[in-house]
Design a protein around this ligand. Structure first.
Ligand code: LMR
Length: 316
């Protein structure tokens, strides 16, 4: 009888497949594992989250469609990759949109974040939270200090019109390629530059195939954790509550953890590689910001003035 009850429990267990593209020792990789543990604990094993890192199930070009088909129930793509679903999300790709980590947190945990997650519902997707991976830096095979240095470079970018314009406006070319093809493409000189966080540059060893890194903090890299909406709507209310609690705890933990990991892995890169690192001075940064406002003007109509104005208030 006890055995039957146990068997019954296992048969009833709800499985959530969680697919992502990065390594396990990254902010997203660690958050996914932590979230899985918390969900099992809070639901007393009624829900099991199976985490598939390093695109072992789906590449970043495929995972949104796999979610909409309910082949996986949970994904956490970089927000840039969501701009195809809703143009409002282009807001988060605007260069220098977040002056610091506090503004980032205020926007994403406040009304701006709520509006962005809500915009996903038309696409059969429920957005549960934002996970942060801090700010992006630029790597290249020749030094980049001023926006004019972007001219002639070929950048690997994520799929986003804003990122395309951010580089093409200054005379660079861009190509959209999958995250896990980046190392190979740089190694084979198909592209000569890219932008990413320190933890992604470190975990994928991009410092081995790039000669220079500019610490610019010019763009935000974070994730939206998204669940298939019909799957979510079918879950019992108490399970939804437990999952959301596990999610909120993980997101809170990650705000600090991602900052700490990016700092610590910067030291690791310095210790083990020969990449030449240049940090933009405050006045150089101001030059970048001023020159790049041209991108804001171009994308305001598709992002929407209301959202831009709300973001502007946070920036002041
Ligand atoms: C990238 O494609 O550069 C990143 O979005 C990968 C990730 O998910 O952090």
């Amino acid at each position: 009888m006890v055995e039957d009850d146990e068997q019954q429990g296992i048969n009833d267990q709800i499985i959530i497949k969680f697919s992502h593209v990065v390594a396990e020792n990254t902010p997203k990789g660690l958050a996914a594992q932590r979230f899985a543990r918390l969900v099992e604990e809070y639901t007393e094993h009624r829900v099991k989250v199976e985490v598939y890192p390093n695109q072992s199930l789906y590449s970043d070009g495929e995972e949104i469609k796999a979610l909409q088909r309910n082949e996986v129930q949970l994904i956490a793509p970089a927000t840039s990759k969501i701009t195809e679903l809703s143009h409002k999300w282009q807001l988060l790709d605007l260069p220098f949109i977040f002056p610091n980590a506090a503004a980032l947190k205020e926007a994403l945990t406040g009304e701006v974040g709520v509006e962005l997650l809500k915009a996903l519902e038309e696409q059969q997707i429920k957005g549960l939270s934002f996970w942060s991976n801090n700010f992006k830096q630029i790597t290249s095979n020749s030094p980049i200090r001023h926006p004019s240095d972007l001219s002639g470079k070929s950048f690997r970018i994520m799929s986003s019109k804003v990122l395309e314009e951010q580089f093409e406006h200054f005379g660079a070319t861009t190509s959209i390629t999958g995250f896990n093809d980046t190392f190979k493409n740089l190694e084979k000189n198909r592209q000569d530059s890219q932008e990413n966080t320190i933890t992604n540059i470190n975990s994928k060893k991009l410092y081995q195939v790039q000669k220079y890194m500019t610490i610019s903090d010019h763009g935000y890299l974070g994730y939206a954790v998204m669940v298939n909406k019909p799957f979510w709507d079918d879950l019992p209310g108490d399970i939804q509550t437990d999952i959301q609690k596990a999610m909120d705890e993980t997101s809170n933990w990650l705000w600090l953890k991602s900052e700490e990991m990016n700092k610590q892995q910067m030291q690791e890169i310095k210790a083990k590689s020969n990449i030449k690192i240049y940090t933009l001075s405050e006045s150089e940064k101001r030059e970048w910001m001023e020159e790049m406002t041209v991108v804001y003007e171009q994308f305001e109509p598709s992002i929407g003035k209301d959202l831009m104005d709300r973001m502007q208030k946070i920036r002041q």
